[in-house]
Design a protein around this ligand. Structure first.
Ligand SMILES: *[C@@H]1O[C@H](CO)[C@@H](O)[C@H](O)[C@H]1NC(C)=O
Ligand SMILES: *[C@@H]1O[C@H](CO)[C@@H](O)[C@H](O)[C@H]1NC(C)=O
Ligand SMILES: *[C@@H]1O[C@H](CO)[C@@H](O)[C@H](O)[C@H]1NC(C)=O
Ligand SMILES: *[C@@H]1O[C@H](CO)[C@@H](O)[C@H](O)[C@H]1NC(C)=O
Ligand SMILES: *[C@@H]1O[C@H](CO)[C@@H](O)[C@H](O)[C@H]1NC(C)=O
Length: 451
C-alpha cells in the first residue's frame, strides 16, 4: 500500500478512536473540575461519612480496591446479617500491575471484615437493620488471617466476591491476585463461626487469565471475570507503553469471560469451562450481576461507559442492551438490592497518575447510581438537566439516557476522600461503602441521617 493511503487509514482510525473516547478525553483527562472537599447525596459529608482505619502499628488498612457484602442467610434464604469484606494493599505504590510501577512485590496486601449489624442484631432481634448509625460507629474493622496460604506466594488483592452463607455453612471466597509473574484467582473458604479466618483452597491459573480485575459470582463455583487489557505491564520492553496506548486509544482488546470450576477442590484441572461472554471491550474493569441474576453490567474505564447486558441465567450468555455514559473513568460497579447500579471511579485520570508518582497527595472521587426509570415516567427524550443536586452535576459532563436516571451519591476533590474505586450500597440500611485506590485514610462509610 502506498504511504499516502496508509497515512489516510491511520488518520481515519485515530480520528475514530478520539471521537469514541471524546467524553473520557474531555472529562477525565483535559478537565479538572472544582469539586467540593466532600459531598454526600441527601446528607452532610462531614457528619455522616467516616473512614474505617487500622488501629494497629502496621497501618495496613489503606489503598483499598474492592468491597463486597457477605450475606449470612437462614436456611430459607432470609437475610440475617450483612457483613462487609474488602481488599487493601498498603504496598500499592510499589506494586500496581495496572498503573505501575512494578518495583516491590514482596509485601502482602490484606483482606478485612467489617460487621456493622452484628451488635444490633443481637441486641434488637425485632429490628435487624436501620439502627446502624450509633451502634456501628464503635465497631472496628478486623483483619482476616489467611490460613494455609502457600509459602512464598504473593498476595496483591483486587476484585473480591463471596457466596452467601446459608444456615451457618461456609462460603466460597474468590480474590483476584496480582502476583509477580502473572495474575491468579485465589479461592478460599470462610465460615461465619470464625469470620476472621479465610482458609486457602486453591490457586486458579489459566492462560486466559491475562489480566483479571473484577469478579461477579454466578454460583459457589462459577463467576464472570473481567480481563482489563490484552497487553500488560509485565511484558518486557513494550510493557512500558503499549498498555497505556491500549488504554488511551480505547482499543477494544479486553473481555469478560464466564468460568466454571470443578467443585472438587482436589481436581487436577479446577477450571471446567471458560467462555468469553463479552469480547472486544476497551478496558473492561468492574463487572456486576443484579440481585435477580437477569442483568449484568460491565464498566469500560477508557470509554467512560457502563455496558448493560441481559443474562441468560441457564447458559450465562450475555446479550448487549445499551450503554450509559458516566462523567468519569468508571472502576468497580455493584448492583444494590433494588437494581440500582452503583458506580465508583476516577474523575481526573492525570491526577491519579500524579498520586502514583507521589507528586500530589490525593485524587478526586465520584460515585453515582444508575437506576432504571419507572415505565410511567412518560419521558419522550432524555432530560437535559439531571443530577441537579450534585455540586458538579453529571448532566454538565455527559448526556442522559431515556432508560435510566443518574444521581451523584458522593463527590470529593480528594481532600474529603481520595481516588474512589467502588460504591457499595446497602439497600437495607442505606449505608454507602467506598474504597480509595490511594486513600491513606482507609475505607469510607457514609450513613443516612438518623430519622
Ligand atoms: C455538617 O456537619 C458539620 C459537622 O457536624 C457541621 O459543622 C456543619 O454545619 C454541617 N453542615 C450543614 C450544611 O448542615
Ligand atoms: C452452603 O449452602 C448453599 C445452599 O444450600 C449451597 O449453595 C452452598 O454450596 C453451600 N456451601 C458450601 C461451601 O457447601
Ligand atoms: C437461554 O438459553 C437456552 C439454551 O440456548 C434457551 O433454550 C433459552 O430460551 C434461553 N433463555 C432465554 C431467557 O433467552
Ligand atoms: C404518565 O402518564 C399517565 C397517563 O397519561 C399519567 O396518569 C401519569 O400521571 C404520568 N406520569 C407522570 C410521572 O407524569
Ligand atoms: C429499596 O427498596 C425498598 C423497598 O422498595 C425501599 O424501602 C428502599 O428505600 C430502597 N432503598 C434504596 C437505597 O433505594
Amino acid at each position: 500500500m502506498a504511504f499516502r493511503s496508509k497515512l489516510a487509514i491511520f488518520v481515519l482510525l485515530t480520528s475514530f478512536y478520539v471521537w469514541r473516547s471524546q467524553y473520557t478525553l474531555r472529562n477525565s483527562i483535559l478537565t479538572s473540575s472544582p469539586f467540593p472537599d466532600g459531598y454526600f447525596h441527601g446528607g452532610n459529608f462531614s457528619s455522616q461519612c467516616e473512614t474505617l482505619n487500622d488501629e494497629s502499628e502496621n497501618n495496613a488498612l489503606k489503598f483499598c480496591e474492592d468491597v463486597t457484602f457477605w450475606d449470612l442467610k437462614d436456611n430459607e434464604a432470609n437475610l440475617e446479617e450483612r457483613k462487609v469484606l474488602f481488599t487493601c494493599d498498603s504496598g500499592r505504590k510499589q506494586w500496581n500491575t495496572v498503573m505501575g510501577p512494578l518495583h516491590k512485590p514482596e509485601p502482602h496486601g490484606s483482606l478485612w471484615l467489617y460487621s456493622p449489624n452484628e451488635n444490633v442484631a443481637t441486641e434488637k432481634p425485632s429490628s435487624l437493620f436501620g439502627f446502624g448509625n450509633t451502634a456501628s460507629a464503635s465497631i472496628k474493622p478486623q483483619r482476616i488471617t489467611l490460613e494455609n496460604y502457600p509459602e512464598g506466594h504473593d498476595f496483591h488483592p483486587l476484585g473480591v466476591k463471596v457466596w452467601p452463607s446459608y444456615a451457618g455453612n461456609s462460603s466460597n471466597l474468590f480474590i483476584v491476585n496480582h502476583a509477580r509473574q502473572r495474575t491468579f484467582i485465589e479461592q478460599f473458604v470462610i465460615s461465619p463461626s470464625s469470620p476472621t479466618v479465610a482458609t486457602h483452597v486453591r490457586t486458579l491459573s489459566s492462560p486466559y487469565f491475562v489480566s483479571p480485575n473484577a469478579l461477579a459470582l454466578t454460583s459457589p463455583n462459577s463467576f464472570y471475570v473481567s480481563n482489563d487489557h490484552l497487553i500488560t505491564r509485565r511484558w518486557p520492553l513494550i510493557g512500558h507503553f503499549v498498555p497505556i496506548m491500549e488504554t488511551i486509544l480505547g482499543l477494544p482488546l479486553g473481555w469478560v469471560a464466564h468460568v466454571t470450576l470443578d467443585s472438587d477442590a482436589t481436581a487436577p484441572f479446577p477450571i471446567q469451562t471458560h467462555a468469553v461472554t463479552a469480547p472486544f471491550i476497551p478496558f473492561p474493569n468492574g463487572v456486576a450481576i443484579s440481585a435477580s441474576g437477569a442483568q449484568v453490567a460491565i464498566a469500560s474505564t477508557s470509554l467512560s461507559q457502563i455496558m448493560m447486558y441481559s443474562r441468560n441465567t441457564s447458559t450465562n450468555e450475555l446479550v448487549f442492551r445499551e450503554s450509559v455514559l458516566v462523567p468519569f473513568c468508571p472502576d468497580n460497579i455493584d448492583f444494590d438490592d433494588n437494581d440500582s447500579l452503583i458506580v465508583g471511579g476516577h474523575p481526573h485520570f492525570l491526577t491519579l497518575v500524579k498520586v502514583v508518582k507521589g507528586v500530589v497527595p490525593h485524587a478526586p472521587s465520584w460515585v453515582l447510581s444508575i437506576t432504571p426509570r419507572a415505565s410511567e415516567s412518560n419521558l419522550t427524550e432524555p432530560p437535559l438537566n439531571y443530577d441537579v443536586m450534585a455540586p458538579i452535576p453529571a448532566s454538565s459532563r455527559v448526556p442522559a439516557t431515556l432508560s435510566s436516571e443518574v444521581v451523584t451519591l458522593l463527590q470529593s476533590n480528594g481532600v474529603g476522600f481520595s481516588s474512589s474505586t467502588t460504591g457499595l450500597r446497602d439497600s437495607t440500611t442505606g449505608a454507602l461503602y467506598v474504597p480509595g485506590l490511594y486513600a491513606e485514610e482507609g475505607l469510607l462509610v457514609c450513613r443516612p441521617a438518623l430519622a
